[in-house]
Every structure is written in structure tokens, then in C-alpha cells.
Design a protein around this ligand. Structure first.
Ligand code: AMP
Length: 435
């Protein structure tokens, strides 16, 4: 930190290191995610990073930006085409079918956490290796599924300290809806597509729904006043959507209709949603999700309803008001290296008496003064490190202490210190921490 270096190797473009104390916030968010999901019967699934390339072409969709130009795809030594997963739903569905879970008892509730890879242009909050936290619920075709996953999602977001987020909601209906909507969209946009670049022309020809993913202002302007998916919904999808809205209102989940929300992956049916945080700028969603009732079957499994969401963990942590719980921290400072065994014994004793706190020994044993300088760095960085300022204590084992069988405890916040017999250490520390 703060030291100038000229490294021979640098992290790959679009990837980054997560260092303490930032990694502590990630761990805390992941702990809360696991707790929230597990308490509702969701089990963790971990699928491989590498999958058969065809899996993504088949599920995410050939004409999506992801499959078209963002995948890390390579041939292995036997010439198999492999892809580093750009998202996790396809892998989960593959696994659920392969392991026989799709034919097992329903509902099936799963969640995952992990790295995803997309060759995108790196920018604030957008990386080539990024992490997602996601949930998939299988086997429930009714709106109770939407209500369950969104309520759980909001419980999680609230536990991270968010208060004013709301869900943007839309329905893309069935495959038939998408087809007739796509045609109407093409007819509407075609005369306005004069300024479109090559990529957007391709989308217009192959899959006009993808135009909604475009960030080009010309495309956005051309889409103004365009037909809406809602006008093409079949009656059952319409009813489903009404019921979803009713159940969300009933659960107190804030949402608004977003008729232009179509989402970047091809497999969605009926409900699609996003949560956008204003802190990230207009375009950036913290998470996206939806129902994908046809995907399991199209990947070779049984006909099985499913719904899920994926939270972008990098963006989430950029804006989450999450505070990590404060811990006390004791630094044991031996004056000389001869005192290291005693310092280790003391550290052991403190850990046993106060599990959950943090105890470190100054292994350099470069004298009390230098050791105290280290302790005072911890104190100054207490907030960032998730330490309780009042709880930063130093235990000094100096010459005098050694001679008297004593220890000195110094509280960094006030500079107060007290020397007492070694045997009273745990009791005295306990009292000091109560204050
Ligand atoms: P998607 O899988 O495209 O539906 O994305 C779900 C969420 O993942 C988005 O809302 C973002 O928060 C996050 N995300 C997608 N791509 C990236 C990226 N390249 N870098 C960071 N986060 C991303």
C-alpha cells in the first residue's frame, strides 16, 4: 500500500486483486448471502468454470453479445472447444440434468457464488473476470416462485444495508410472444436504422430484441415509441404477470413496470427483472433475473419451470452500505526474540478466552517501540479494517514485565496502560473489553 513498485508482471487486463480489508467486505456479503439463502432451503451448488462451448450457444443464445463476442473460448489439447463460463445458469441447468436432480423432488432450490468471465471493455464496475451471486428455483410454474425469489433477494439486500432499491419488472411472454414482438419491432425500427453500426444491423436482422441491450444513443432513439412486449402477451402470461405484481405488492416489495426491459440472454420467458442502483450510473444494474421455463428442456432435460437471478458482486459491493462487524484486536509485542514463545502462549490464551476477536503477535520482535508503531497503524486503519477502535489493545512483554512475571496492557485509543500479574491477563482483558 502506497509503496512505489515497477512490477515485472501485472494482473491481466480486466481482472483485479481483492486485498484486505476490501476482501473482508466480500466475505461478509457472502456470509450474509449464504445465511439468507440457506435459511429458506436453498443449497449451494458449485459448477466448474469450464464448460462445453455448445452449452452457452444453446442456452444464452447465438445472437447475444455474450456468445457472439464476449466468451473466453479455446480448444484444449484434444481439440475440444471449451469456454470459461460467462454466467452460471447454463452450468447449473447442465448439472441439474446430468446429476438427475431435474427428475427428482421439486421444488429444487439452489444458489451459487463464483467467478464469471466475459471479454468486455473494462470500465468502472465492469471487469473481464467478475463474480456473481445467484439463485435458481426449479419446478414452480406459478407466481409464488417469483414472489419467493424476489422476497429472498430483498431480504439479502436489506441485510446489506440497502433501503431504497426497487425492482424493474416486465414480462416477455412465451416464445411465440417473442417471435411476434420481434417482427413488430423489426418493422418499427427498420426505417429508423439509417445510422446503425454493423453490430446493431446484425441484431436487427437476426434478433431485434437484442437492440434493447445496445448502448448506442442512435439505437436508443430509434427504439423510442417502439412496440412493447406487453402488447404481445398471451392471456395466460398476462394473468401470470398480474398475479406476480399482486404477490409482490402483498410482500411489500417495491417494483415498477419497465416495458423496455428485455434482458441480455435468450432463455427468458414471462417474468424478467432488474435492480438498478442510481449510484452506479443510469445503465448499470446490480442484478438481473427472470423465469426460464423452456431452458431445462431445450438442454435435454424434462419440461421444467425455473426462475433465478444473478447479482453482480463487484457492482453490489461498490454501492452496498454494508458495514462489517467490528472486532477487538490485541497485538502482543515481545521485546526480543527470546520472548516469542511467551508471546505465542499469551496469544493462545487470549484466543481461547475471546474467540472471534483478532490476536496478532509481532513476530519481528524488534522492540516495544517499533511494535507499538505497528499497533498504532492498526488503530489508525481500524475503520477500514473492521476493527473496533476502542478494542485495539497492545500487550507488552518487556524487560520489566519479564522480571516481574507481569504484562502491560495499553489501550491505543487513549494511551492508558496498566501493568498487572501475568495470571490476571484474561480477566483484565475481559474487563478492558467490557468498557
Ligand atoms: P447478466 O448475467 O448479464 O444478467 O448480469 C447480471 C449482473 O452481473 C449484472 O447486473 C451486473 O451487475 C453483473 N455483471 C455482468 N457483467 C459484468 C461485468 N463484465 N463486470 C462486472 N459485473 C458484471
Amino acid at each position: 500500500m502506497g509503496v512505489r513498485v515497477n512490477p515485472r508482471f501485472r494482473s491481466v487486463k480486466g481482472t483485479r486483486d481483492l486485498l484486505p480489508p476490501e476482501s473482508e467486505r466480500w466475505n461478509e456479503a457472502e456470509r450474509i448471502a449464504r445465511e439468507t439463502f440457506r435459511s429458506r432451503g436453498y443449497g449451494e451448488i458449485r459448477t466448474p468454470v469450464l464448460e462445453d462451448t455448445a452449452l452457452f450457444a444453446r442456452s444464452v443464445g447465438e445472437t447475444t453479445d455474450i456468445v457472439h463476442k464476449e466468451m473466453y473460448t479455446f480448444s484444449d489439447r484434444k481439440g475440444r472447444s471449451l469456454t470459461m463460463r460467462p454466467e452460471n445458469t447454463a452450468g447449473v441447468v447442465r448439472s441439474v440434468i446430468e446429476n438427475g436432480l431435474a427428475a427428482g423432488p421439486m421444488p429444487l432450490r439452489l444458489y451459487y457464488l463464483g467467478a464469471q468471465f466475459r471479454y468486455e471493455r473494462p470500465q468502472a464496475g465492469r471487469y473481464r473476470e467478475f463474480s456473481q451471486i445467484g439463485v435458481e428455483l426449479f419446478g414452480v410454474s406459478g407466481p409464488a416462485a417469483e414472489a419467493e425469489v424476489l422476497e429472498m433477494l430483498f431480504d439479502f439486500l436489506h441485510a446489506l444495508g440497502f433501503r431504497s432499491l426497487s425492482v424493474s419488472l416486465n414480462s416477455v411472454g412465451t416464445a411465440a410472444t417473442r417471435a411476434s414482438f420481434g417482427e413488430a419491432l423489426r418493422t418499427y425500427v427498420l426505417p429508423r436504422a439509417g445510422s446503425f453500426g454493423e453490430d446493431d444491423r446484425r441484431k436487427l436482422a437476426e434478433n431485434p430484441l437484442r437492440l434493447f441491450d445496445s448502448k448506442d444513443p442512435g439505437v436508443r432513439a430509434a427504439l423510442e415509441g417502439a412496440p412493447r412486449t406487453m402488447d404481445f402477451l398471451d392471456e395466460a402470461s398476462q394473468r401470470h404477470h398480474e398475479e406476480v405484481r399482486r404477490m409482490l405488492a402483498d410482500a411489500g416489495i417495491p417494483f415498477q413496470d419497465e416495458p423496455s426491459l428485455v434482458r441480455g440472454l435468450d432463455y427468458y420467458t414471462r417474468t424478467v427483472f432488474e435492480v438498478v442502483s442510481e449510484d452506479l450510473g443510469a445503465q448499470d444494474a446490480i442484478l438481473g433475473g427472470g423465469r426460464y421455463d423452456g431452458l431445462v428442456e431445450s438442454l435435454g432435460g424434462p419440461s421444467l419451470a425455473a426462475i433465478g437471478f444473478a447479482i453482480g458482486e463487484d457492482r453490489l459491493l461498490q454501492v452496498a452500505p454494508l458495514a462489517i462487524p467490528r472486532r477487538a484486536c490485541v497485538v502482543v509485542l515481545p521485546q526480543r526474540s527470546d520472548d516469542l514463545p511467551e508471546a505465542a502462549r499469551i496469544a493462545r490464551e487470549i484466543r481461547a478466552a475471546f474467540p472471534g476477536g483478532c490476536v496478532e503477535v509481532d513476530l519481528s520482535a524488534r522492540g516495544i517501540k517499533k511494535g507499538l508503531a505497528r499497533a498504532s497503524v492498526l488503530f489508525q486503519e481500524a475503520d477500514a479494517r473492521g476493527l473496533d477502535r476502542e478494542g485495539v489493545l497492545a500487550v507488552l512483554i518487556g524487560e520489566r514485565e519479564r522480571a516481574d512475571g507481569a504484562v502491560t496492557v495499553k489501550r491505543l485509543a487513549t494511551g492508558e496502560q496498566e501493568t498487572f500479574p501475568r495470571s490476571e491477563l484474561a480477566r483484565r482483558l475481559g474487563a478492558a473489553r467490557e468498557r
